[in-house]
Design a protein around this ligand. Structure first.
Ligand SMILES: [Zn+2]
Length: 312
């Protein structure tokens, strides 16, 4: 069970305690956080899992982490190289940042290039707003409004945004042992992205899964490998988790792992069986994910899987 800590109100996230000394910082859409993060009081050391989409949201995260644990943040983890999990890194200048070997390489190459590209080509907020004016579907409008607000926060952050790279990298597993609890940083490879890490608490049967498991959100598949993702999910299922903090969405149970696998397999089958791309893209999301957020990602996933299964 989790309970919310309303005294730690933040414009960027909602704080929930998921176990003794372990807190989820659930991103409020469109505020500059975007992906979920976590705060862990290890006893003697404070750890932060992922750093949001902007330095201003990350500063809010750092402030709450310091208030909650009474000390500075010493360890910061980057789960994977996507900006909504790492662009707040610079707010933790005196902490040590950890990522997988592959994530470090991706941040150093693609990550730096992406930031430079975004800085040189301003985000087209006006054309996004024009698209919002034309959009009739209430769900799509909601998604687009959140996205525009988020891009406003990113636009504000970009002039002073620097991509602070990880200090320490690992290949498979790294344990953070404090006087009160141990957090295990693991990677089973890459499925959602080329390299995905998650933070596991064996005693609490709890994990911060980042984007490998998302709850109530269409998970972006285009930067990953769906077969690998399914293999990773099967290994995570064997951990028999009771509590999951997803990369996007609200806290859930271990069942969310199976739901993610079901989603990937179903979309793979749809893409494989589709007579043409046009017919595939005309399909509505199946009932179990019809109300999920990030609806445009559903079509992007289908297109990606169609190209993959038809070797395009
Ligand atoms: Zn991601």
């Amino acid at each position: 069970m989790s309970y919310s800590l309303s005294s730690f109100n933040s414009p960027y996230f909602q704080l929930e305690q998921v176990a003794d000394g372990i807190y989820a910082a659930l991103a409020k859409g469109g505020a500059g956080a975007w992906g979920n993060a976590g705060i862990v009081d290890l006893g003697g050391q404070t750890l932060v899992f992922d750093t949001f989409n902007t330095p201003q949201a990350a500063l809010g995260l750092r402030t709450v982490a310091e208030q909650l644990t009474g000390r500075k943040v010493t360890y910061v983890i980057n789960s994977h190289h996507h900006s909504d999990h790492i662009w707040g890194n610079q707010a933790f200048e005196d902490a040590t940042i950890y990522a997988t070997d592959n994530t470090f390489d991706l941040m150093r190459t693609k990550g730096v290039a992406r930031l430079e590209r975004m800085r040189s080509q301003p985000i087209p907020l006006q054309s996004l707003e024009a698209a919002l004016e034309l959009e009739q579907d209430p769900e799509q409008r909601k998604d687009l409004e959140l996205y525009i607000n988020e891009m406003r926060q990113v636009t504000m952050a970009l002039p002073n945004l620097t991509l602070r790279l990880p200090d320490v990298t690992f290949e498979h597993r790294l344990a953070f042992a404090g006087s009160k609890r141990t957090a295990v940083l693991l990677t089973f490879g890459g499925g959602h992205s080329p390299s995905d890490a998650f933070l596991y608490f064996p005693e609490e049967s709890l994990a911060f899964m980042s984007d490998i498991v998302q709850i109530g959100f269409h998970p972006a598949m285009g930067d990953g490998n769906p077969d690998e993702w399914l293999r990773i999910l099967a290994r995570i299922e064997a951990l028999q988790l009771t509590t999951i903090v997803p990369g996007h969405g609200l806290i859930g149970t271990g069942q969310a792992v199976g739901v993610m696998g079901q989603y990937i397999q179903l979309l793979q089958q749809m893409a494989y069986a589709a007579p043409s791309l046009d017919e595939l893209l005309a399909v509505e999301p199946p009932a179990f994910c019809a109300s999920w957020q990030a609806r445009p990602v559903f079509k992007e996933n289908l297109q990606f899987l169609y190209n993959l299964t038809h070797n395009l």
